[in-house]
Design a protein around this ligand. Structure first.
Ligand code: SAJ
Length: 402
């Protein structure tokens, strides 16, 4: 068993640190935020995720997981820090990765393994990790192993997916790949698939771009069907009976911090402009909230009321989570505020308060709304019946009510 530094204790870093400790490794979780470190040392996670509370309590209790603001000497160092999206030039902000590497460099020793897990632009393993470390510690050139190993876990089922999903591990040379494969095999039950760093980086981005392109197809189909007066939900349901067809679900757009962002890194990397389909898919999915707003504006006009009420169901980026990051539902809500004179109210069971919005209960929204817009189909909304919709206009972006 190894001594491991997990740098970055966020949505993936903390679960990974706990799972490593559970597998018997001695883990130091590193985070720049003192309050996060203190909480974890007290055995408490700082965010909600199924099973995480028990895992952190047990790992800290057994002495195998400790947290600190700075890394120590270890055999393996995993970098799992945020790489925020820079809207202006559609790039990844690698500054957290850079500072993680600068802090790590002084404790690194010959033979250590450094793995980048954060979603990154292509080339990051070499440019943003290896080169940054070698600048501070030139004497370690060629003596430290470097690899990229993207995570694939879905929020809401992170612990299960981290252990059971197959993982791609790409080293900067064969020895690095072998070392990383051997390490991940100590705690992952899925297959560990060897690659090189460039392939592994592209695998991560292309998985999310694949999904984005397929959702764009569903979103485009929904707009075409709407124009032609055809029920898209029936079309998809029936088309998917074909053994080789699996059309995804249209919605108000694509959100979250992964699928709506990663394809841009491929688009940016192809300087010759060859990533045409992926770029178009991004634009289709980003355009969907605007299309939904147009539909709501039309519906409001049809109410013939001077001051109608528009009720928005769900603001999170996908069902049954509290995450509002890059949420297309929230985008629709914000656009409607400037597009309409109407009263806008919203029901978001996973959020208590939200600046700039009037959040109400499901009961109240069903009572007051003249136009009801289904944006995020949380399970809680499954109780809504046709009876509830009498006298109202419905815009159902998820096809979950009609
Ligand atoms: N969506 C649709 N229609 C669909 C499926 C999804 O409109 O048929 C929308 C959702 O409502 C949401 C967005 O797409 O707004 C993304 O949701 P998601 O549940 O598909 O994915 P994420 O963003 O939560 O997680 C993704 C996953 N990647 C893939 O499925 C290829 C996850 O496995 C990755 O680990 C994660 O990105 C990541 O960290 O990259």
């Amino acid at each position: 068993m190894a001594q491991v530094n997990v740098i970055g204790l966020g949505y993936i870093g903390l679960p990974t640190a706990g799972l490593l400790a559970q597998a018997g490794h001695q883990v130091l979780g590193v985070d720049v935020q003192a309050e996060v470190v203190d909480k974890i040392n007290a055995g408490l996670p700082h965010f909600e995720e199924k099973g995480l509370k028990n895992l952190v309590e047990e790992s800290v209790g057994s002495g195998l997981l400790k947290a600190s603001q700075s890394p120590q000497k270890a055999d393996v160092h995993l970098i799992i820090v945020p790489t925020p999206f820079i809207e202006e030039d559609k790039s990844a902000d690698m500054s957290y990765v850079h500072s993680a590497c600068e802090n790590l460099a002084p404790v690194l020793e010959e033979g250590n393994l450094v793995v980048l897990e954060s979603t990154s632009a292509l080339g990051a393993t070499r440019q943003d990790v290896m080169a940054v470390i070698e600048k501070t510690r030139p004497e370690l050139k060629g003596k430290v192993h470097y690899a990229f190993c993207p995570e694939r876990a879905i929020p809401g089922n992170t612990l299960y997916e981290l252990i059971h999903n197959d993982r791609v591990v790409g080293g900067v040379n064969e020895a690095s790949t072998e070392k990383a494969v051997a390490f991940y095999s100590t705690f992952i039950k899925g297959a560990i698939l060897p690659a090189d760093d460039k392939v592994a980086e592209m695998v991560k981005l292309s998985e999310n771009a694949f999904r984005d392109v397929n959702i764009a197809y569903a979103n485009e189909l929904s707009i075409v069907c709407d124009e032609l007066g055809i029920n898209v939900w029936d079309v998809i349901r029936l088309a998917n009976h074909h053994p080789r067809v699996n059309i995804l679900q249209p919605g108000p757009g694509v959100g979250g911090h992964c699928i709506a962002i990663d394809p841009w890194f491929i688009v940016a990397a192809s300087k010759a402009g060859n990533a045409k389909l992926m770029k178009q898919a991004r634009e289709i999915n980003d355009g969907k909230p605007h299309w939904v707003v147009g539909k709501v504006v039309e519906a409001v006009a049809k109410t013939n009321k001077e001051n109608p009420t528009v009720g928005l169901l769900g603001l999170a980026f996908k069902p049954n989570v509290d995450d509002l990051r890059e949420s297309p539902s929230l985008k629709v809500a914000s656009l409607l505020k400037s597009a309409l004179k109407a009263n806008i109210i919203a029901c978001e069971p996973y959020v208590e308060e939200l600046e700039g919005f009037t959040l109400v209960s499901q009961e109240e929204i069903l009572e007051k709304a003249d136009v009801l817009v289904m944006l995020t189909d949380h399970d809680a909304f499954k109780t809504i019946t046709l009876e509830n919709l009498k006298g109202k206009q419905l815009i159902d972006t998820r096809g979950s009510i009609n």
